[in-house]
Ligand binder design. Sequence first.
Ligand code: ADP
Length: 295
Amino acid sequence: MNEENPKCSTCSDSDCSASKRRRNETDEEFADRQKLQSRLCRIRHKIIVLSGKGGVGKSTVAVNLATSLMLLGKRVGLLDVDIHGPSIPTMLGLENEMLQGSEEGLLPIELGDLKVMSLGFLLKNQDEAVIWRGPMKMGAIKQFLQDVAWGDLDYLIVDSPPGTGDEPLSVCQLIGAVDGAVIVTTPQKVAAVDVRKSITFCHQLQVPVLGVVENMSGFVCPKCGEVTQILSSGGGRKIAEDMNVPFLGSIPMDPRIAQASDDGRVFIHHYAETPLAGIMRSIIQPIADLDGCCC
Ligand code: ADP
């Protein structure tokens, strides 16, 4: 074995950046980078879900996207890097799950064919607050990518906290070649301003924008069917058009979505036959198309 450039165990691609030591890289840094790369090599598509603001339904979209891809027969990982407010364990009814280790690394929690990892699984109780600065967050995200036994995946969906801070930056830097970002917003102007920042963030990091999803776009009265635009409408589509990125579609407000996530059930799975689940599937189709599958 070449001591200067020891082979990565995943493949023998001599063009892979992990096959070559960088200038001034220590042995430890090089070994770490190879370990990270050997995990990432086994994941075909890496998608990050972003939003400008909190509470717009980003985690809801991430959970439904991941579950929908799994229901299509894909091997999917869902990584929650919302370090200060991990909500994925609750949305999937996994609050009481404990992580376990193996020779391969930390084992993600498995829900059917969906592999889930969240800092929420490491907190002793849900009231615990995580008070970490940027480098600690970067370290935790690196561990989630490098030390978790993800195995072979078709998709890794990363649910990032709102905004353009340390977490999405770390994810994009560590993963390198992210397939793209799905950006979630609500339709009103105050959310729209921030979604522009998320799009600019992607452009600056050369992460393709797969599209904008407008969530909570109108409320359909369950009794009479009348549509009320509680948060105005069309903001997401307008931004997508203005900034020349795809618009994936609108999800209306529906109490069943909120109820399902409180109950730890995924809407697109448990209400699969409803027209709204059909709307969600059409929004997700371009992401499913990345791996050539049909919703
Ligand atoms: P974020 O990740 O952007 O902070 P969440 O996905 O946690 O937002 O959603 C915030 C809350 O809104 C959750 O209780 C969720 O169930 C609810 N919610 C999200 N989208 C909808 C919707 N279209 N209709 C009704 N409730 C929704």
